[in-house]
Structures are given as C-alpha cells and as structure tokens.
Write a protein that binds this ligand. Structure first.
Ligand SMILES: *[C@@H]1O[C@H](CO)[C@@H](O)[C@H](O)[C@H]1NC(C)=O
Ligand SMILES: *[C@@H]1O[C@H](CO)[C@@H](O)[C@H](O)[C@H]1NC(C)=O
Length: 483
C-alpha cells in the first residue's frame, strides 16, 4: 500500500475538521491563501469519505475491505453547486488579491521586461482588483492515487471594476478599468505526501482558454511603443489568456524540499506525430467563385503550426505533418481550425479537437472528424504516438526509417527529443540599467537547429539561477550528429 493510501485511510473525521479550521484561520491570519484552498479540499474529501446514506457519496465498507481498496475516484459526479464555496471565496478574496499583486510585480513584470526590448523599464503602478470576489459556483473533485494527485475544477466568473495601471519608467501609459473572465480553473494538488501540508505544491491553470475581456484606458499609448506597434488589442488579450492556459501552469511550492521534477506532469514525455491529411465538403466562403482557400492551424502543447494554403478547393489535400511534445498535465487537447485565406481576415471554416489522453490510450488514430460551428465539412487526421527510447542503438534504426522516401512537399520527421535543464550561471557581468534603481535581469536563449526557446528572467546578481526545463524535437538531418 502506498504512503498516500495510508494517509487517506487514517484520516479521521475530527482531523478533517481540524485541518479545515487550521487552514481557514491560517488564511485569516494572512499566512497564505493556498491554505484556504487546502482547507476546502480537505473538507470536500471528508464529505466524500464519511459514511453516508447519500447515494452519490462513496460508502464506507467494512474495515478489512476498506483497507484493501481505496476508491479510485473521489467522485465521478459532474460539477456540483456549492454555496459554502462562495462564502470561502468571498472571505479569502482580500488575501487572493494581495497574492495576485505580488504575482504581477515579481513574476510578470520581470517577464515583460525581459521579453520586449523597449519595455526594459516596464512597471506596474497601481494594482487594485477591487473587493468584488469572483463567483465560484460549481466545483468538481477527482483524485488520481496512482499519480498521487488531486484535481479540483472550479467554474469561475469575474466581472469587476479594477484599477491596474502600467507604464514605463515614471510615466503611466495605459490601464485596465474592468475585467470580465469566465472559465474553468483547475487546481492540482501534487505530489501528495503523508505529512503536513499533505501536498508538496499547488498547481494552477486553465485547461481550456477562458473568455477574457478587458476595458482599457490609454491603450493607444501602449500600442505606439516601437516593439508593440504591430500588436492589436486582440493579440494582447490573447497573450494574457494564453499565459494561463495548459500546458503552462503556475506552481506554488508548499513543502520546503519541493522539486519540480517530482511533479508527474513537469516534463513533456509524450511525443505525437500529427498528420493533417485532407478535408472534404468544406463550405464555400467566396460568394463569386463558390470556393474557399483553405489551410489548417494546429494548436497543442503550447505550439501553433500551419499548413500551406490550397487555393480554390473545397476538398483540399495537405498531407502535412506536425510533431508536438505533450506533458501529462490533465485536460490537454489538440485543436484543428480550418481557415479560409483572405487578404484582410481569415474566416473560419470550422474547427475540431482531439483529447490528448484519448490519443495516448489508442496509440494510433486515423479518422475523419466532423467540423464544428459550420454547416458542412470534415477533416481527415492521423495521429501516431511515438515512443521515446534512451538507448543509442535505436537511433540509427529511427534515422534509417525516417530516411525512407516520402511524398514530395512533406516535412522532415524528427528523430531525437532533447531535454535540457538550465540551472544557473556564474561570474556574469552585472550591467545596471542607468538612472534607475531596477534590478538587472538575465535570461538564457537556447537554440537547437532552427528552434529557439528562452527561459524566464531572473535577477542578475552575477550568479542567477533559472532551474528551467526546455525541450526540443530534432529533425533527422540534424540528429545524425547525435549518434
Ligand atoms: C459574495 O460577495 C458578493 C459581493 O462581492 C455578494 O453579492 C454575494 O452575496 C456574496 N456571497 C456569499 C455567499 O456570501
Ligand atoms: C496525399 O497522400 C495521398 C496518400 O498517400 C496521395 O494519394 C495524394 O496524392 C497526396 N496528395 C498530395 C497533394 O500530396
């Protein structure tokens, strides 16, 4: 029996309640709002485990059986409506906003400074999220004892007046007056441990893109900045929304000895080869020619790929291949959107999705998928799950396999997945920005053949530490050198 099962079995009624109260008072005393989340989870778990006559709750069986068998899922029920949750959220909102403020100043501000050349003095001036808490109406709890994690899904909606002002050096340039946010937030408690605080870390993200609307003041000032002038309001909001969506997640360690590599979903160990083959019966978008100029956008694993445009064809054949690495972060999808190429704005010809766990389970998928949000149209897709091997003998086999003749115009396939960890640097020169007291920052740019990835920004004290994990897929021609 694993440690975690022991901890779940031995937890008694009283202990749940005490944990809840402890969690709650810790929050009120401004220790950390994560303890409040912990408190909620403990309470829910207690509810699911207590002996009960409710048909939906898991009944306690006799002692021996109970020892032998811990239910795999805490609850399979769909989202349930919970009123007490809103009370908790209302009460913890002041602490959550304090946390968000720190998060923007200490995590987001340096990130923006390091990413945009013209924003090295980017600054959050005011951050006030108001006192209206988001509505958290529905919740679902799932546990995965095998992976030692508990999933908590919260349906949240926020529609509030806020005051967030940003600028450069000492000048306020733009601000956000109100925020509308709607989506399902997932909190993963992992890895679980049989000791306080019961989980080494709290991980937060949106499995799907939330709906986000911002009301701006002075946005044109911001968009006039050289590095930003090619952006639109839509693109800025997209960037903000994408920042919170899988495969990105935010981790708050709770245990002192937490290490990122203990998370079951820290690294993307699943490689998928996605073939976008063809489509049929697409709708005609051009009124005069009764045709469309279709292409497909493939999104997944934090990457975006595009096929070529095939003009004036409602049954196009692309035969193109995309390779993407996926982590085991629950709830990920591969999204396909068929678009009609236009001079001004590309119009949608429908979209469809495949769940990544479904592909991983089946290993291989070859099917026509009906496109959503459109009158007619189907997309033919093939997805293969690639196995990653760590022994060198297999590489030559793969290289030979990938060298086999392929149809013209098709992309080269990958043969090697490279995993890097950027730990720290030593003896870096510290270049202080002139005329301001801001800390100098350092990022690492790693380029492997034609792919470039960057770490986040860390304060450069001469020995900055990133501890970031970056992964690359390497195509066959470049992989020969790895042998
Ligand atoms: C939570 O706060 C909102 C206002 O911010 C209020 O309308 C709502 O009734 C409160 N809900 C509960 C359950 O306390
Ligand atoms: C796409 O692949 C199919 C099957 O291999 C082939 O018959 C077809 O000619 C290819 N089409 C293009 C445009 O390459």
């Amino acid at each position: 029996m694993s440690d975690q099962n022991i901890f779940l079995n031995h937890f008694s009624y009283t202990k749940w309640i005490i944990t809840l109260l402890l969690g709650f008072s810790a929050g009120v005393l401004d220790v950390s709002f994560f303890y409040i989340i912990m408190g909620i989870v403990m309470w829910i778990l207690y509810r699911c485990w207590k002996p009960s006559t409710e048909p939906s709750a898991i009944k306690c069986q006799d002692k021996a059986k109970e020892q032998a068998k811990v239910p795999h899922k805490v609850t399979d029920r769909e989202f349930e409506r919970l009123r007490y949750l809103q009370v908790l959220v209302n009460n913890s909102w002041p602490y959550i906003t304090k946390y968000l403020e720190k998060f923007l100043r200490w995590r987001i501000q340096p990130l923006i400074r390091s990413r945009f050349k013209y924003l090295t003095n980017f600054h959050f001036f005011d951050i006030d999220f108001g006192n209206k808490a988001p509505q958290v109406t529905h919740m679902r709890v799932q546990s995965d004892p095998e992976k030692k994690q508990i999933l908590l899904d919260l349906k949240i909606s926020l529609n509030a007046a806020v005051m967030v002002n940003v600028g450069i050096s000492k000048t306020i340039m733009a601000g956000v007056k109100s925020v509308k946010l709607e989506g399902t937030l997932r909190i993963i408690l992992a890895p679980l441990i049989p000791d306080v605080p019961f989980t080494e870390a709290v991980n937060i993200y949106f499995p799907r893109r939330p709906v986000l609307h911002l009301q701006w003041t002075g946005l044109t000032n911001l968009l006039n900045i050289p590095g930003l002038h090619t952006m639109t309001e839509r693109m800025i909001v997209d960037q903000i929304a994408n920042f919170m969506v899988a495969p990105k997640f935010f981790t708050q360690p709770l245990a002192a000895n937490f290490d990122m590599k203990n998370l079951p979903f820290a690294d993307p160990w699943n490689a998928l080869r996605i073939h976008v083959l063809e489509a049929r019966n697409l709708v005609a978008n051009d009124f005069f020619s009764k045709k469309s100029d279709p292409f497909v956008v493939v999104r997944g694993g934090g990457t975006v790929g595009k096929t070529r445009v095939i003009s004036k064809n409602l049954n196009p054949q692309w035969n193109q291949t995309f390779e993407i690495l996926f982590s085991d972060l629950p709830g990920q999808e591969i999204e396909f959107e068929v678009l009609d190429k236009n001079v001004q704005r590309d119009d949608s010809l429908g979209s469809c999705k495949i769940a990544v766990p479904h592909v991983l389970k089946k290993k291989f998928i070859d099917k026509w998928i009906r496109l959503d949000n459109v009158k007619s149209g189907e997309l033919h897709i093939k997805v293969e799950t690639l196995k990653l091997f760590s022994d060198r003998d297999k590489l030559q086999k793969v290289l030979n396999l990938n060298k086999r003749p392929r149809p013209p115009k098709s992309e080269e396939l990958s043969s090697v997945a490279l995993y890097t960890v950027i730990q720290k640097a030593r003896g870096l020169p510290v270049i202080r920005p002139k005329k301001c007291k801001l800390n100098p920052l350092a990022t690492v740019e790693v380029s492997v053949t034609d792919t470039v990835k960057r770490t986040g920004a860390q304060i450069n004290s001469g020995e900055p530490e990133w501890k970031e994990r970056l992964q690359f897929l390497i195509r066959t021609h470049a992989a020969r050198e790895c042998n």
